[in-house]
Design a protein around this ligand. Structure first.
Ligand code: 9MR
Length: 429
């Protein structure tokens, strides 16, 4: 959401000469609009198991000249009466909670709050240990596979929501927000969609899919990965000849398929947060530079994009990125007036390319880089426990049957040292 009503613009002018806002009301505070541009309002309060939905509010205007605007709203309590921290005077850095028993609590009690997420799998929800750690420690859910095109629209125009609904309903029951993942992606497409050809047929398929899926989840999902992984390089580390990825979408429509997808998504939900999401754009590398220019072009054309998800799959076969590098990279995207998110974090230890010590440093410093930026609205880990990590079974990850040891919990759902490093970063330690 990138357009602001006149009242917002007026208050922006007032705020340019100094204003102080007491913040949100449990939901997201409307994003401010600095005269030199501002970020849109960030997601609203997180709600709790006892209520408080705290949906994100409309963002403020933005311009390419930067400036920060609305920050996330307060944590939504049962009656949504908690005073939020959002407003037109977003702090330069986020303030940590004094203490926390869970990551979720650390995120909810930071000022402004930050969402703590996990990729959740349908099979995981059959396991009580998994479920209880997932709900206690996180307040933001991404379905690991259940909302991809092949799962939701296996045959043209015929939709199948059972598995996705299970995850979304579980999340809502536990006071968690959900990010829809993912509307337009070259991978995990059903065969019929991969073999479409011609601009009209592809555009029609994109429109039907987005309209149907966003319509189905409209009351339960307010943030979406609209386009995923549209850019490719010669190496999965984000280096070498960055370019638009050939796909059924790009081949038929060219780069304009991104604009189209975001515009259709905006028509479906004027208040949803709409994100572009990609891997190996975490560091300052060629792919990140290319995506930066691509997204900047979208912002300048007025395409309704609200933010960028940095997947943060660290280690083989993807990039490695140190804290300062991540901070500088996130900052330039935020200065476009966008929210930024860490959207799929894990750190692969297979093949020992990342040592145990490096893994701990990366976990701490990368989480800290996001946490310190009010425009960084969430950190999602790609799974709960090591044994279920997608990396273990994928040849590209060089695991050869070993565990990737990539996450925050072991297979008995005990906290690992990686968990402690993340908690330290969330508490400003
Ligand atoms: O974790 C997902 C794994 O179970 C699937 O087999 C894989 C198929 O492509 O997708 C994984 O999730 C991906 C996510 O949707 C997009 N970014 C990269 C993730 C890891 O591959």
């Amino acid at each position: 959401m990138r357009s602001a009503p006149l009242t917002l613009l007026f208050s922006a002018i007032l705020c340019a000469i100094g204003c102080s806002d007491s913040g949100g009301d449990g939901g997201g505070q409307t994003g401010g609009a600095g005269t030199t541009g501002g970020t849109g309002g960030a997601p609203g309060g997180t709600g709790s198991a006892t209520g408080g939905t705290g949906g994100g509010a409309p963002g403020g205007t933005s311009s390419t000249t930067g400036g920060t605007g609305g920050a996330p709203g307060g944590t939504g309590g049962g009656d949504s009466s908690t005073v939020g921290t959002g407003g037109t005077d977003a702090p330069a850095a986020r303030t940590p909670a004094a203490s926390a028993r869970t990551l979720r609590e650390a995120g909810e009690n930071a000022n402004p709050p930050i969402l703590i997420g996990a990729a959740i799998s349908g099979s995981g929800l059959n396991d009580n240990g998994y479920k209880s750690v997932a709900a206690a420690e996180h307040n933001y859910v991404t379905a690991e596979n259940e909302m991809k095109w092949d799962a939701l629209e296996p045959t043209p125009g015929s939709f199948s929501y059972g598995s996705a609904d299970n995850i979304v309903n579980w999340a809502v029951q536990n006071g968690m927000q959900v990010k829809g993942h993912t509307l337009v992606w070259h991978n995990q497409l059903p065969g019929w969609a991969s073999s479409l050809s011609g601009a009209a047929a592809v555009e029609q398929a994109i429109r039907r899919h987005i309209e149907n899926v966003m319509g189905h989840f409209k009351d339960r999902i307010h943030t979406w990965d609209v386009v995923n992984e549209a850019v490719i390089t010669d190496s999965d580390t984000g280096v070498g000849n960055p370019r638009m990825r050939p796909s059924v979408f790009f081949n038929a429509l060219g780069e304009r398929y991104l604009d189209l997808a975001f515009e259709i998504a905006r028509e479906q939900d004027p208040d949803a947060k709409l994100y572009y999401n990609d891997y190996s754009i975490d560091a300052l590398n060629e792919k990140a530079d290319f995506v930066y220019e691509m997204v900047k072009g979208m912002v300048e054309r007025g395409v309704p994009i609200d933010g960028v998800g940095f997947q943060m799959h660290i280690g083989p076969p993807n990039n490695e990125a140190g804290g300062p590098d991540v901070a500088a990279n996130l900052r330039r995207f935020a200065d476009l007036g966008l929210e930024v998110l860490i959207s799929e974090m894990d750190i692969n230890r297979c093949s020992n390319q990342v040592t145990a010590e490096e893994q701990l440093t990366y976990y701490h410093d990368i989480v800290e880089a996001c946490f310190l930026m009010p425009e960084c609205v969430g950190i999602t880990f790609w799974g709960i426990n090591d044994g279920r990590s997608w990396l273990n079974g994928w040849s590209g990850a060089l695991c050869n049957g070993q565990s990737s040891q990539s996450l925050l919990f072991d297979d008995r759902y005990q906290k690992k040292e990686t968990y402690n490093k993340v908690m330290d970063a969330l508490l400003g330690r």
